[in-house]
Design a protein around this ligand. Structure first.
Ligand code: ATP
Ligand code: K
Length: 291
């Protein structure tokens, strides 16, 4: 059983060919609301593969909150510890798609109210988990506290350090697996990737986009190649990688196989639109692994 402690957002996606200047109004092409937030996305990725997943987080007392909680339940995720905050709205990400790139404004809302009290409430659940997954879209103090709770209980933590600016290197003592992409790795360790990897053998796994992922096994650098595929939308690739890595590790796969499994799962996710849209089932990953 895996517990995910993290963010739950509604992504408000606007696709436009004209970008407004200050004070200007333009007409966009398309608008969609899609469930997101790194916490929820990683929970969905692991659940699609068949993992038993509990989510710890918060939404507001509004329509988006209801919709997002229902979405998690539909994916088979336990939501008993998804709190409904009275004081603030559900977290949102306002995503503007423009000229094959994006501009994003995140309003954390209820995600900012995932506090130590919520961790205490879920403590019994956390202590029963085989693995806890976290990211950095909830308050830093909460991550700090949850890491200490997990350390005391001997529960391994997989931490996806995004956004990287919220990471503290002292946390490494309490982290079993850290999964930055290359930019995040440099931002966190202020050194060459090789040097950081050698400092944390079998614990620091750096994702390399289409190229796959790498880590250091104590003797040599290990590169696990990505699976070449036709990309539709890479949103959610990192989240799929993390959810799948957690699932594979708790299924008893050695690190090398687990990273290969996560690469394959993430390669399937980039073939479809949206963060959660392309997250694969176990059968889909196994079929691609067999080639
Ligand atoms: N174009 C691609 N083709 C195949 N696999 C991909 C591609 N892009 C990403 N992946 C897979 O997704 C994983 C995570 O990608 P990446 O290193 O870009 O992380 P990220 O920056 O956190 O992703 P994102 O923020 O886009 O979700 C990679 O390790 C790889 O397995
Ligand atoms: K996708």
């Amino acid at each position: 059983m895996i517990t995910v402690i993290g963010s739950i957002n509604m992504d408000l996606v606007v696709d436009t060919t004209i970008f407004p200047k200050q004070g200007e109004t333009v007409l966009g092409n398309r608008f969609e609301t899609v469930p997101g937030g790194k916490g929820a996305n990683q929970a969905v990725a692991a659940a699609r593969l068949g993992g038993e997943i509990h989510m710890v987080g918060a939404v507001g007392q509004d329509g988006f909150g209801e919709e997002l909680t229902a979405n998690l339940s539909t994916e088979g995720i336990h939501t008993r510890f998804v709190a409904t905050a009275q004081e603030t709205a559900t977290g949102i990400a306002n995503i503007l798609l423009y000229e094959n790139d994006n501009r994003i404004i995140v309003v954390p809302g209820a995600n900012g109210l995932v506090t130590e009290a919520e961790i205490d409430e879920a403590r019994e659940l956390i202590e029963r988990s085989e693995l806890v997954i976290m990211q950095l879209e909830i308050p830093q103090e909460t991550v700090d506290y949850a890491l200490r709770v997990c350390k005391e209980a001997g529960i391994p933590v997989l931490l996806n350090p995004a956004p990287a600016k919220n990471f503290k290197e002292e946390w490494m003592n309490n982290i079993a697996y850290l999964t930055p992409n290359e930019t995040e790795c440099e931002e966190i360790f202020h050194s060459e990737i090789e040097e950081a990897l050698e400092k944390y053998p079998n614990r620091l796994i750096v994702t390399l986009g289409a190229a796959g992922a790498r880590y250091y096994n104590g003797k040599e650098h290990v590169f696990i190649e990505g699976f070449k595929t036709k990309v539709v939308d890479t949103t959610g690739a990192g989240d799929t990688f993390n959810g799948a890595l957690a699932y594979a590790i708790t299924s008893g796969q050695p690190l090398k196989e687990a990273v290969r499994f996560a690469n394959i799962a993430a390669s399937l996710s980039v073939e479809k639109f949206g963060a959660q849209g392309g997250m694969p089932t176990l059968q889909m990953v196994e079929a691609r692994l067999k080639g």
